[in-house]
Design a protein around this ligand. Structure first.
Ligand code: HMG
Length: 454
């Protein structure tokens, strides 16, 4: 029997809106403490889409950059799968709009052979699209073609709500193939799926219904459930030394970031689970006091003041701070300047590691990924940086894109928040990018968004 191919992400391209709001200005205008927003939530800047943008233009812009820099021809691509929860249509996927936009550049009908569909499950949609595409390649059904997986979302909450200061937007397009040059994804995957009401978007509402604090508990609970399932596979591919924890095997951890400081809470919950039976725990308890006993392992129990306070003491412990700063913090740096980008946020965390760790040699280093989508589903999986990662990651330039954005005022942010995509009156004029140029108002095109490369 021939060996299974190694499969993973060969290259990536990121798109972030060219406008941002400074969160100090946001906090002051909303009468909130700046420390609450910048330290407690971890938000420094919020990416804000202009009126000519939507999740489809962001996806197409990221995909075009990916195809161009890899000199990919449409005939080499077998599928374009999109992960999103920002669709504007109950029937038509963003994948079909991306195909249309790419064909404007590559020629009419040039992508008509591809599989194109959206994967929708809150912030985990792109992870399902990625896993599905990896399996398509592993099975050989790709017949030599590559897959393009695009994570794209606009995180939008009601003005004045607690979710408002976590908003953001962006897209990450990933080239998925055999013998990847960037990150090789290992076969260990753990999933957890439940029926929860932490965050959802009923059709009659534009913005989500959210039970904020409860959603944090559901995230932690589902992530741990997925982690325990992941270990069943992972512990077959790695060998733990005495006193070693599974998370010690990861050099970096990348989490879904609904807000950047969520990574602190998620890492704390994982490390408490991983470390509490190891000798190191004695040292930790000297700083934190004893771990509160768990009785029934419910989400509510996780949110009790006693447990919350313990978690806070744990995150101030010497051992946590040392491991967090090395393994977790690097993945959160980009998110602090973008905000929640829902399904794209985990992949911005990966880019954040690549861009902030340029001084290190990452070949062979392992990243543990924790993906979460409300409603809910979690997936934990792992990847290893490939030999050619450094050369490939040179062209990502995410921080350059963040540095060259235009800062907008709080009043402009509010106006954009209340504007419909395609309504005109944009802050910037689109240039060398896809944009919405018209929204149909006729009998047979009512609400249809027309796009163009301008
Ligand atoms: P909040 O009211 O800001 O929460 O809501 P808080 O009062 O607990 O404050 C947050 C942190 O700021 C706390 O830190 C405070 O102590 C700290 P912690 O105790 O947790 O370590 N703080 C301060 N720190 C320094 N100086 C100060 C100060 N004041 C307070 N002066 C919440 C936060 C996330 C609940 C809210 O923003 C929200 O509802 N967000 C939307 C939902 C959400 O993000 N949920 C996260 C999990 S669900 C998920 O990830 C899925 C999602 O992405 C959607 C999808 O899947 O599609 C959302």
């Amino acid at each position: 029997m021939s060996a299974k191919p190694t499969v993973g992400v060969d290259d990536v391209a990121a798109y972030v809106p060219k406008l941002y709001l400074d969160m100090e200005e946001f906090a002051k205008r909303r009468g909130l403490s700046v420390d609450h927003i910048k330290k407690g939530i971890g938000m420094l800047e919020m990416a804000v889409p202009d009126t000519y943008e939507d999740a489809a233009t962001m996806a197409a812009n990221a995909a075009l950059e990916l195809l161009k820099k890899n000199d990919l021809k449409p005939s080499q691509i077998g599928r374009i799968y999109v992960g999103t929860e920002s669709m504007d249509d109950k029937s038509k996927p963003i994948a079909s709009k991306v195909v249309g936009m790419l064909e404007e550049v590559f020629g009419q009908g040039s992508f008509s052979h591809v599989d194109g569909v959206d994967h929708v499950f809150a912030c985990i949609g792109a992870t399902y699209a990625l896993e599905n595409t990896l399996d398509w390649i592993r099975s050989g059904r790709n017949r030599g073609k590559v897959g393009v997986v695009i994570a794209t979302d606009i995180a939008k909450y009601d003005l004045g709500s607690d979710g408002e200061y976590t908003q953001g937007a962006g897209a990450v397009a990933m080239l998925v193939k055999e013998e990847p040059r960037l990150v090789l994804l290992e076969e260990a995957v753990g999933t957890c799926t439940k029926n929860e009401r932490d965050f959802f978007k009923p059709l009659e509402r534009e913005n989500p219904v959210v039970d904020g604090k409860y959603s944090i508990g559901v995230y932690l609970d589902a992530m741990k459930c997925a982690y325990l399932n992941f270990l069943k596979d992972f512990l077959k591919i790695v060998k733990l030394e005495p006193n070693e924890a599974p998370t010690d095997k990861a050099d970096y951890l990348a989490f879904h970031l609904p807000f950047p400081e969520m990574a602190t809470q998620a890492a704390a919950y994982l490390f408490i689970h991983d470390w509490r039976d190891l000798p190191r725990w004695k040292e930790i308890e000297k700083e934190t006091g004893p771990l509160p006993p768990r009785k029934n392992y419910t989400v509510e129990e996780l949110l009790t003041e006693e447990y919350r306070q313990f978690r806070k003491r744990f995150t101030s412990s010497t051992q946590f701070k040392e491991v967090y700063s090395k393994k977790v913090y690097p993945s959160t740096i980009a998110g602090r300047r973008i905000g929640n980008s829902y399904t794209a946020s985990l992949y911005f965390s990966l880019l954040s590691i690549l861009e902030t760790q340029r001084a290190h040699d990452l070949v062979g280093k392992r990243v543990g990924f924790a993906s979460y989508g409300s409603g809910c589903s979690a997936k934990v999986f792992s990847g290893v940086f490939a030999e050619e990662y450094k050369q490939v990651s040179q062209s990502i330039r995410l921080f350059e894109k963040l540095d060259t954005r235009k800062r907008i005022s709080f009043d402009d942010y509010v106006r954009l928040h209340e504007s419909k995509p395609g309504s005109g009156d944009s802050i910037l004029q689109p240039q060398n990018e896809y944009a919405i140029v018209k929204v149909g108002r006729g009998e047979t095109d009512f609400g249809f968004r027309y796009y163009k490369y301008v």
